[in-house]
Design a protein around this ligand. Sequence first.
Ligand code: UTP
Length: 289
Amino acid sequence: MKVTKAVIPAAGLGTRMLPISKSVPKEMLPIVDKPAIQYLVEEAVASGITDILIVTGRNKEAIENHFDHSLEYYERLEKSGKTKQLEELKAIADMANISFIRQKEARGLGHAVLCAKTFVGNDPFAVLYGDDIIFSNTPVTKQLIDVYNKFTLPVVGVKKVTEEQIVKYCSLKVDSIEDNVYRVWDMIEKPTPDKVFSLLSILGRVLLIPEIFPILEKTAPGAGGEIQLTDAMCALGKRYGMLACEFEGTRYDLGSKLGFLLANLDIGLEHPETMAELRKYIKAAAARF
Ligand code: UTP
């Protein structure tokens, strides 16, 4: 079955990015001049997704506004003959069929995905974590869809992390199937060093089947008192089978201060309006250390 639906959970409180996240959704933080969530929508669309549900919460209205038409700007740009900018702005609202649902309380990523139950219906669907930006040659969602199309099993996007990182992430027990595809046998969230299965961890993208919903409905709050998507995915994998795709791409965690800065630095170094000055600045700054 063709994968045409995606869910972007963007209702988290973003406590690691306080105080900015108190009034600005972390998913709206800019990478140079484009909010993080626009990159996610663009990735989904480039992967063949036509319908996107964004899960929002209180104080997240800026996300809805960003994907709406903006008549004042259209008028201003039209009058000043800035046709290219005008077309770019209009395209944001027309990229995909985007709808929104509110998670009334931030009860965890698993709970946010559960809010998408009606939207998903009986279809397979991609989940793009709202604060994980991944730049790659082939869009990561497309990389996961290709694996799903070949094996018709749920697929989690994984990367190798360091031994220091794995204890803060989730660790997967896997067997290799081909090149970058693994069979997942088990997973553990935030393992103590003696419980680590492997350094492969789920990062930012998963492709799920609707059978996840009855599992999520029964998933009790786990780590941090939140309904953890990992717990439900672990159960899903054991019941229906699950694959992991070690994706190609560079990932930035926009929910962390360092991830936000690195994304801006890397994109700023390639942006035609900033690259030259930024390179000069970095060279001069490096000489100071
Ligand atoms: P995170 O765990 O990174 O988000 O969830 P968080 O809880 O906002 O982060 P901190 O730890 O407080 O800084 C990954 C994605 O899932 C969304 C977040 O908005 C983020 O995009 N999320 C998380 C929800 O939509 N609802 C939730 O209840 C939790």
